[in-house]
Write a protein that binds this ligand. Structure first.
Ligand SMILES: [Zn+2]
Length: 310
């Protein structure tokens, strides 16, 4: 129990797996119900890409906000009374360690990949889609920054997350990345998902304090192998990618930093983006809960779930 007895009734931690290099993957489960009984499930993850530190920073700030504000903030209280929120703030600890070890000078590929050089957000099972190069947005070339790996779920980090999702059947999911200041989600690939994803056109940007992120619906061909499309089709979990922050003017003033992908992926003032995104995410999670009725949508491709071992 990382948060001690004060938060013991609200939060419990779980090691959902280990990375290739043996680092623990930690999930925090938060709910007002200590037994975590039949509450609907919501998922928040971050930093599946190695250098996207600000994404994990915002996810940990969300975790602290939920713990501290329960009982005083009405939106936080309503959320934790009605749902169990699972937060996995660091999905790619090996990649993050390499970025830290090299002070951010890891190149574009190093800013994304796992210890095995795989882009973990191209490593999920996918539905083959007809058309040239449309069957997977990842690459089969192992030197590519978008290398999808030798087979789906080859990366232990992706397997652990897929197993968690198979067990929990989340009604919705949000994944923090950086740095585009946009929200990606699958377009027109599931008949009942549009009103759910509408949260990212309305509730979420309306609650952002400094900068409203642009909603970007993407075709399935651009998303195959990615977490959003996998969760939607395998488990019926509407799933969106929130790209935290935008490159700052500070980058323009320091041209050498243009080669430093850590500087692209992370703002110099992360607390501004916590202010911008954490309250908005709390509102979005509550809206996602309401619009899904606390249940996942029907899965269009349940055979993808069968690729995930128990
Ligand atoms: Zn990313």
């Amino acid at each position: 129990m990382l948060y001690g007895s004060r938060f013991g009734d609200l939060c419990h931690t779980e090691i959902i797996g280990t990375s290739t290099c043996g680092r623990e993957l930690v999930a925090f489960h938060l709910s007002s119900d200590p037994a975590h009984g039949s509450h609907p499930r919501l998922l928040v993850t971050a930093q599946i890409h190695a250098a996207e530190y600000v994404a994990g920073y915002v996810a940990r700030a969300l975790l602290r906000t939920l713990l501290r504000e329960y009982g005083s903030d009405p939106t936080v209280s309503a959320l934790l009374r009605q749902a169990r929120v699972t937060i996995v703030p660091l999905l790619n600890p090996d990649g993050a360690h390499l970025v830290w070890q090299h002070r951010g000078w890891v190149g574009f590929k190093g800013s994304r990949v796992t210890a095995n050089g795989v882009d973990p957000n191209r490593n999920f099972p996918f539905v083959p889609i007809p058309g040239r190069r449309a069957w997977n947005s990842g690459s089969g070339w192992r030197w590519s920054p978008y290398y999808r790996g030798p087979q789906p779920l080859s990366e232990p980090e992706c397997l652990a997350l897929a197993q968690l999702c198979k067990r929990e059947r989340f009604c919705a999911a949000v994944h923090f990345h950086s740095f585009g200041g946009v929200v990606f989600f699958p377009a027109r690939s599931h008949p009942q998902s549009a009103p759910v994803f509408d949260v990212f056109r309305s509730v979420f940007p309306a609650a952002q304090r400094h900068c409203r992120y642009r909603p970007v619906p993407e075709p399935a061909s651009a998303l195959a192998g990615q977490l959003d499309l996998f969760l939607l089709h395998a488990f019926g979990t509407p799933s969106a990618t929130v790209e935290v922050s935008r490159p700052s003017l500070a980058l323009a003033r320091r041209p050498l930093r243009w080669l430093h992908f850590f500087s692209w992926a992370n703002p110099s003032n992360p607390d501004r983006w916590v202010e911008n995104d954490v309250p908005a995410t709390v509102c979005a999670l509550l809206a996602l809960l309401e619009r899904t009725g606390g249940r996942p949508l029907p899965a269009e491709h349940p055979e993808l779930a069968e690729q995930v071992p128990e």
